[in-house]
Each structure stands twice: as structure tokens, then as C-alpha cells.
Design a protein around this ligand. Sequence first.
Ligand code: KIV
Ligand code: ZN
Length: 385
Amino acid sequence: MSERLYIFDTTLRDGEQVPGCQLNTTEKIEVAKLLESLGVDVIEAGFPISSPGDFNSVLEISKAVSEPTICALTRAVKKDIDVAADALRLARRKRIHTGIGVSPQHIYDKLRSTPEKIVESAVEAVKYAKRYVEDVEFYAEDAGRADVEYLARVVEAVIRAGATVVNIPDTTGYCLPNEYGAKIKYLVDNVPNIDRAIISTHCHNDLGMATANTLSGILNGARQAEVTINGIGERAGNTSLEEVVMTLRCHKDVAVDTNINSRLITKASHLVSSLMNMPVQPNKAIVGRNAFAHSSGIHQDGVLKQRQTYEIIDPQDIGLNESVIALTARSGRAALVHRLELLGYDLTQEELDATYEKFLALADRKKEIHDYDLLYLVGDIDRMK
Ligand code: KIV
Ligand code: ZN
């Protein structure tokens, strides 16, 4: 039996903060409904104090979506919390996500404060949010660069104040996976009341380690992961939902799983990419155009004989019909025969030899060979129309 990992999706908050990715309320509702079908546990719908538009989106998403918990972000500031509570008033399940910076950079440079005052503000914010909602998540911003003993003090204090979830963000994407995992383990081992809250990961991808850090957090006891579709988010982005979900599906030995209906992953990726006008890099894990495309002859031959030779995920598990055998100058005869068979051609050895030669010459000129190129090569002019 696997333990449950809660998926907290912040596509509509941390993801939507990215320049050029802003959505209107109607578009946000469309994404939120798909996130609900996907089976996410929490939707972070926005930062209501930041603008009337964001306030309205949180309010409307609260009405439109009923299964997941709707979450609103605040600073550790009473006015923020009042506004978030108001925006969440119609949500069936609601959570306020409040917090404050805990690294030296945040305490001294950004907030011009002291470690003691930060603990006081954190406790005060959690207690204040508890007046409105039972479910209060606390984020210890820049925990990745914070002193771990101090972090443990903050976490202990906010749990005592009533926090139900403690979020340990690697805000700047600075940590190495072993370092981030060790931080989570330190909290599990040293915070006396830690079992009264769920530990959450929130990793950024500045060094390309968001997913690795999130998994390291999970291996060390975190049971909520904060993620976005396609990994969109501030700067180099957040941990991507699809990578965490599919890694856990591939590694059953970890014995931690989510409630995500993975067959909707491709649909969600396309929706977010097109609404946010943010293309997905072709080699992006799980959802990139090439993630299930095989182009070298050796790989194509292997996949055509037995898919699992070069595929660790069944493409149907993420909602793709099938993997792609891309025809390029690196393709072998097996791939050409396969594609010709799909088009209804069964060539003799002699015909195949001749076609393969013409194919290589054309593929050297063009980057990829499409079906209409093949029809041209076999001289089927009528079907090219
Ligand atoms: O990266 C971060 O620290 C955040 C917090 C506001 C949760 O996004
Ligand atoms: Zn973030």
C-alpha cells in the first residue's frame, strides 16, 4: 500500500506570476476545472490582495470548483489575510497560505528585522488566519538558505499556533537534493510536534533541480508537493506536476503515490501552454514534443520490437495515443517499413532498397520526413493531394 502525497498546484499563482502568462478569470476557471478533473488536492488560486482581478479570480474559482481545496496566498500581514478570507468565502474547502522569509537575506536585508521578530510575526499571522479558516498553511520563505535550527524553531512555533501544513520553500532554487532532503529530515527528527502538520515541498528550478529536490523532500517525509503544470513559474520555474507524478508512478518502490489521473496530463499541458502563450521545450520530460519520439535507427528498431526497450512510460498513461517514430536521416529501414505499413504499403525487398536510398537522400536535405514525403517517394501522387 502506497502512502498518499498531496498535490498542491500553484499554476494559477506562482505560475501565473510569470511575465506574459497572465490569464483572465474565465481562462483561470478553465484551468481550475481541468486541475479538478486531474485530481489535484489543492489549487492555489491567487494572491487576493495583489489586485482586484486576482481577488475576483479566487472568488470565482471558489464557486466553480468544489472537490479540491482552494487556497489563497498572503504575506504575514493582517490586511492580506482579511482580503484572502473574503475572496475564499464561497469555497467549499478553503485554505489560507501565509508566511514570511526566514533566511538571513530575507530577515536582515528584505524585512530589516530580527530572527525573534520573525517568529512573532509568523505565529501572529497563523493565529490570525485561524480566526477565518481551520486549514492554515505556513510558508517559511527561502527556507532553502535558512539556518536549519532556526527553521525548526519557526516550524515548531507555527505548528503550535495551529498551522496544518508547513511549507519549506527552496525559493531561489539553490539547494542540492541531498541538502534539501536533509533539511526535511532534520525537521522530521527534531520538531517535537511535527506529526500535527503535513510537511510540504515548494522548489524552484534555478539550477534545474526542482524535481530532484522535491523527490528528495518526499523521500525524507514531505507529504505535500507544490507544483505547476509544465513547471511554469518565477524565473526558471517551479517543480513540474507531471515529473513528480510520473516519477512516483515509475518508482513503485518509493511507495508514495498521488491521486492524479495521469491520462489528463497531456491535455493539461496543452491547455496551460496555449492559454499562457508559453511553449513547452521539445525535450521537456513527460510533456515535451520529443519526450516520446524516437529518431535514431537503433532506438526505432528496439521500440518497434518491444516498446519498453526505450520507453519507461506507456504514452497512453499520460494521454498520448502512441509514441512517435520520427523519420530522419538517422532512421533505419525498420522505421521506414513501419511507417509505410501504416500508410498501407507492403514493398518488395527490391522496392524497399530503392525507396530507402531515395529516403536517405531526401532526409539529408529535410530535417524530418512526413507522410506526404513518403507518398512522393513511392510515387503515389494521387494520395498526396
Ligand atoms: O517560492 C516561494 O517561496 C513562494 C512562497 C510565496 C510560497 O512562492
Ligand atoms: Zn515559489
